[in-house]
Design a protein around this ligand. Structure first.
Ligand code: ZN
Length: 408
């Protein structure tokens, strides 16, 4: 299974060494309990590292550790309970979740080893790729001939599992998974439901040589993609943190303003009684404290998003390419290749040639295909005219008023 392959990438190399062992996805979630990606990953990692796993109950596993891990963790075994709702732990048992002590230990070990869990999706029988492609794909302003089917191939998709921690005020945590196609690359969120539904089997298919790609670079691109996609969420988070901060600052300011006012009041009264005992340092001390607490509030609400990648999975999926010959105005204008996923029994929405986003509907223009968003944005002879100046501010209100009159 782990065919030795020359690779300079260290993570890729150690991943080869740590190719998955005997654990099956089905066993991980036996007795109806749904395994979360973390459960599957942790069990797969332990099994790949030579641990002997015994299931004690739903989401409850006993792992007899191999010598090196036993030495590292100073214990011969781990009783892992993946069910966080369970009220009572078995003797010697620990809760295992990505953020728990046991979870962090496992993840750290897995990361150190560059562990990548590998699975494959089995093809469904009798999938009519041509029909599925025809149902799922809509092309406008171009004629398609009879599509040809190419040989079925396996495509490796990479699943990144990560924890996002939103800090600033009271922190929030999101568990997210991203599924990437390293060939282009494209990214999409991967819901736990989708992973469960996929019916994945352990390991890569027999005789399949996975393609090489730079996993670190792919993750970097994935992080950038996620940052872009989560921008609205990050903005909302920032606004919420700022609101919390301003509320706390207002409270703080009111408190110290009152205190200082009281202090001055007291001093004035005291001065009339006894001119000797002045305490100007009290106000200075209050102001100092005020400043310090203001700073503390500001830093407590400083919004930030921490990303922690905790597991990587590679999934080989059987795909059949379907190639459409294209003609425009009676002339052949090339071809368009799409893929049908034989395990899902569905068209894989192809990436838009302009923006790279997956889409099911395309328009032919300027000698190429473009998705709905990219219509009119295909790179022609580049002569982007400057925006018409009439959109400026001066006539804003007047225009709005006239439009209103028209409407009413
Ligand atoms: Zn597009």
């Amino acid at each position: 299974m782990s065919r030795a392959r020359k690779s300079t990438h260290q993570a890729a190399q150690s991943a080869e060494l740590a190719a998955p062992g005997g654990i099956t996805a089905a066993a991980a979630g036996a007795e109806g309990a749904e395994p979360a990606p973390f459960t599957t990953f942790a069990l797969d990692f332990l099994s790949a590292r030579g641990a002997t796993l015994t299931q004690k109950g739903p989401l409850d596993w006993d792992a007899a550790l191999p010598a090196d891990l036993a030495k590292k963790w100073r214990r011969g075994g781990l009783r892992l309970v993946f069910d966080s709702e369970r009220a009572v732990l078995p003797r010697g048992g620990v809760f295992a979740a990505p953020g728990s002590i046991a979870g962090l230990k496992l993840l750290e070990a897995a990361r150190g080893q560059g562990h990548v869990a590998r699975f494959h999706a089995p093809a469904r029988p009798r999938v009519d790729a041509r029909a599925l492609a025809g149902e799922g794909l809509v092309l406008h302003d171009v004629d398609t001939g009879t599509p040809t089917l190419e040989a079925v191939r396996h495509v490796v998709l990479v699943g990144f599992h990560l924890t996002l921690t939103f800090t600033g005020g009271s922190p929030e945590q999101d568990l997210r998974s991203i599924l990437a196609d390293p060939r282009i690359p494209t990214f999409d969120f991967w819901e736990p439901e989708d992973r469960k539904r996929a019916g994945l089997l352990p390991g890569f298919p027999d005789g399949f040589t996975p393609p090489t790609f730079d996993r670190a670079a792919l993750w970097q691109a994935g992080e950038l993609w996620m940052e872009r996609v989560l921008e609205p969420r990050a903005l909302r988070w920032k606004r919420k943190a700022e609101e919390g901060r301003d509320k706390d600052l207002a409270r703080l300011n009111a408190f110290y303003q009152t205190r200082i006012q009281e202090e001055r009041e007291r001093r004035r009264r005291r001065r009339s009684e006894d001119a000797e005992s002045e305490e100007p340092e009290t106000e200075a001390a209050l102001k100092l404290e005020w400043g310090r607490r203001t700073k503390a509030v500001r830093s407590r609400y400083e919004p930030a998003i921490e990303t922690r990648l905790w597991a990587v999975e590679e999934i080989a999926r059987p795909r059949q390419p379907v190639v459409y010959p294209l003609t425009a105005g009676g002339k052949p204008v090339g071809s368009f290749e799409v893929e049908v996923d034989l395990a899902a029994g569905a068209l894989v929405r192809p990436p838009c040639p302009v923006c790279g986003r997956a889409a099911g509907e395309f328009w032919w223009e300027a000698d190429g295909l473009a998705c709905r968003r990219c219509r009119g944005r295909r790179p022609k002879p580049r002569s982007a005219p400057p925006a018409p100046p009439s959109r400026g501010a001066p006539d804003g209100p007047a225009r709005a008023a006239s439009r209103r009159r028209k409407g009413g």
